[in-house]
Design a protein around this ligand. Structure first.
Ligand code: DX5
Ligand code: ZN
Length: 234
């Protein structure tokens, strides 16, 4: 790259890019005694992220269809379901019926990841694929043409409130390049440890959807948490 090109290069987080970025609060960190109010508090977000954990694929159990259905009744936001469960194809229909708008499955969770992605699309939902921080990116490469969302896990899945793994930034950049080279319009989502401190770097690396749990559902309420994230992206 020439020096001239450098000086002409736009700010990596241009205002256009900032407008495009979607925020997806993870309800795993919300107060479940007030799920309806919490869903209202994030009404200004773009998607609501719903983390389903089975205690087998990840070392934690969260919740399943009944909570998803309750969130559906309480909100008009698109519900973005992240399945951290073994053999997710067993339950895709149920999560679709309970109100999911998009369903994301892990490459490590089934030997038939491509079939799972096809099934999600056949159900008329946005299909997402994701991988753990220790899984080589090549594992998702054959799927890029057939998904609507690629999710980069920036923590080891299982718990909210963990620290962002810095090496995730390079993984986001690589996936950005692969998606662009393929002319794919899939969303590039990032999940785990996203906060006002690193949100801008994550978007500069190429993310289009930020998931945030503990950074949104803080002591001063989800509205304020969302606002802090938006400010950080300005
Ligand atoms: C982790 C989940 C995340 C989690 C994010 O297994 O997939 O969606 O809720 O929480 P924070 O933003 O607190 O890292
Ligand atoms: Zn998640």
């Amino acid at each position: 790259m020439t020096a001239q090109t450098d000086t002409q290069a736009p700010d990596p987080v241009s205002s256009d890019e900032t407008r495009r970025v979607k925020l997806a609060p993870s309800i795993l960190s919300c107060d479940f005694t007030r799920l309806g109010e919490e869903m209202q508090a994030i009404a200004g977000a773009d998607w609501a992220h719903v983390d389903v954990m089975d205690g087998a694929f990840v070392p934690n159990i969260s919740f399943g269809m009944p909570i998803l259905a309750a969130a559906r009744r309480a909100s008009n936001l698109p519900l973005d379901v992240h399945l951290m469960i073994e053999r997710p194809e067993r339950y895709l229909k149920d999560f679709a019926a309970a109100g999911a708008d998009s369903i994301t499955v892990h490459v490590e969770s089934t030997p038939h990841i491509h079939r799972a992605v096809q099934q999600i699309r056949e159900l008329g939902k946005r299909a997402g694929v994701t991988l753990n921080p220790g899984t080589p990116l090549e594992a998702v490469r054959p799927l890029l043409a057939d998904v609507d969302v690629v999710l980069v896990m920036s923590v080891n899945p299982g718990f909210g409130g963990q620290k962002f793994i810095p090496a995730s930034l390079d993984r986001i950049r690589t996936l950005r390049r692969w998606l662009d080279e393929a002319g794919s319009g899939a969303e590039l989502q990032v999940d785990g440890g996203v906060s006002p401190t690193n949100a801008r770097a994550v978007v500069s690396a190429g993310a289009t959807v930020l998931v945030a749990g503990s950074a949104v559902f803080g002591k001063d309420g989800a509205g304020a948490g969302l606002e802090r994230l938006r400010e950080a992206l300005k």
